[in-house]
Design a protein around this ligand. Structure first.
Ligand SMILES: Cc1cc2nc3c(=O)[nH]c(=O)nc-3n(C[C@H](O)[C@H](O)[C@H](O)COP(=O)(O)OP(=O)(O)OC[C@H]3O[C@@H](n4cnc5c(N)ncnc54)[C@H](O)[C@@H]3O)c2cc1C
Length: 408
């Protein structure tokens, strides 16, 4: 059991595992990841695993692009499958404005060397024969992204990090953090660990973990649904999987799952959870499904994909994930608390976790991140944002779903 390390990472979801992996890649292996239950037992285990290259801002695309690359590297180094399905993605343009915004991403993808095409409605129909393309203006197409198995990707990163010398402690809840003159004391139910650096990768648990230090982070959990259908006729005879679809009109994503469809919804009126504190006994739990709340969106999914309306729903997962007031993660050092680093606040943590691990690890090991991305800096909300302010902002950013910010 570790008692003194250079860096302790708290939280064993996709983000904590990615940070641990990248710290090791950059030479920092005197590390321990501390997880209160099992790896992935927060939001990661129930995620759909969608890993697109298409971020909400051109700059954020770099975190998305780094993620698939990270998981593939970790897979090769650990021999643990990440279950990558390279289906490609279509981002539908519901308006002319959206299509114009998609054109503005071209340079970003060219710089990154990632294939990116603007497709006409008839090209979209050829790529995805179940879509009714009569009301769309086209789509952005990223043919080399897809989805991973989130548990597989987490274990690949964790195992590859361990092979380089990192340690992992499971079933060891962190109960408190105490600063001393030159290090942190990480208190756990199984004894304390001292560390020069502490990385908070504890998602929506981070708010309560940091509050005793006088640090107010606006990280809150909302519920989020995904639905899996019965088999869709004709999918079994196709040579390739359908591309994943993201649609601002229905505020949903739809991808192939086995021979059925998997639909994730961003409702216009999201439901929060754990506002008064995350229940101490919360384990690998899901909430009761509330499909009625999703109906306005599902009706639009049927408009886009009439075959969906004919299918029975096999599984509904309603789980928690973490949101910040602007929908972007919190990454980097916390001001006035030397050695305390944030890696929390991910609502697309599978899509951005790997790249975020790379970003934070460069900052910690080399003194600065390898790319310039102030939009995610952990100090951007200050310390005084109230719960009411944060909730209002999160409601609006969640409800925006796949609509891009006006500035693009
Ligand atoms: C239904 C649904 C579908 C989703 N689909 C996708 C998708 O397709 N693509 C995508 O990118 N994202 C998706 N997400 C979001 C994704 O699940 C999260 O963004 C991601 O899992 C966050 O990873 P994380 O490591 O930040 O948090 P978590 O996975 O929640 O990990 C945090 C960890 O910290 C641990 N922890 C907390 N407190 C302590 C403590 N005191 N001591 C020790 N350990 C502690 C927890 O036990 C937990 O394991 C989906 C979410 C939902 C709900």
């Amino acid at each position: 059991m570790q008692t003194d390390v250079e860096t302790a990472v708290i939280g064993g979801g996709i983000v904590g595992a990615s940070v641990l992996y990248w710290l090791a890649k950059l030479g920092m292996t005197d590390t321990v990841l501390i997880e209160r239950r099992e790896l992935t037992s927060g939001s990661t285990w129930h995620a759909a695993g969608n890993t697109t290259y298409f971020g909400p801002y051109p700059a954020m695309t770099r975190l998305f692009a780094g993620s698939i690359r990270t998981y593939q590297m970790a897979e090769a180094e650990s021999d643990h499958s990440i279950g990558f399905h390279q289906t490609g993605s279509l981002r539908l343009a519901a308006t002319e404005k959206e299509l114009a915004q998609f054109h503005r991403f071209k340079n970003t993808y060219a710089d990154l060397g990632i294939p990116y095409h603007i497709r006409t409605p008839s090209e979209v129909a050829a790529l995805h024969p179940y879509l009714d393309t009569s009301a769309i203006y086209g789509a952005a197409h990223t043919p080399t992204d897809g989805h991973v198995d989130p548990t597989g990707a987490t274990y690949a990163c964790a195992n590859a990090a361990r092979a380089m010398g990192a340690a992992i402690e499971r079933h060891r809840p962190v109960t408190g953090l105490k600063p001393t003159a030159d290090h942190w004391v990480v208190e756990t139910e199984k004894g304390a660990i001292t560390a020069k650096n502490v990385v908070i990768a504890a998602s929506f648990w981070a708010r309560e973990l940091l509050a005793p230090l006088g640090i107010n982070v606006p990280l809150y959990a909302t519920q989020h649904h995904e639905l899996i259908t019965e088999p869709l006729a004709g999918l079994d005879t196709r040579d390739t999987e359908l591309p994943a679809v993201r649609d601002s009109y229905a505020s949903c994503n739809v991808r192939q799952e086995g021979q059925g469809l998997l639909v994730g919804i961003y409702e216009s009126d999201p439901k929060f959870w754990g506002l008064d504190g995350i229940p101490k006994d919360f384990a690998e739990d899901l909430f009761p499904p509330e499909v009625d709340r999703l109906m306005p969106h599902l009706e639009r999914v049927i408009e886009r994909m009439p075959a969906f309306g004919e299918l029975g729903i096999k599984t509904v997962n309603n789980g928690p994930f973490c949101f910040t007031p602007d929908g972007l993660p919190m990454l980097g050092p916390l001001p006035d608390h030397s050695g305390l680093w944030m890696a929390s606040g991910f609502n697309v943590g599978i899509g951005t976790g790997g790249g975020s691990g790379e970003y934070l690890a460069h900052w910690m090991v080399n003194g600065q991140p390898h790319i310039d991305l102030p939009a995610v800096h952990a100090d951007r909300f200050g310390n005084d944002i109230s719960q009411a302010q944060a909730i209002t902002a999160i409601q609006s950013v969640y409800a925006r779903g796949y609509t891009l910010p006006d500035a693009i």
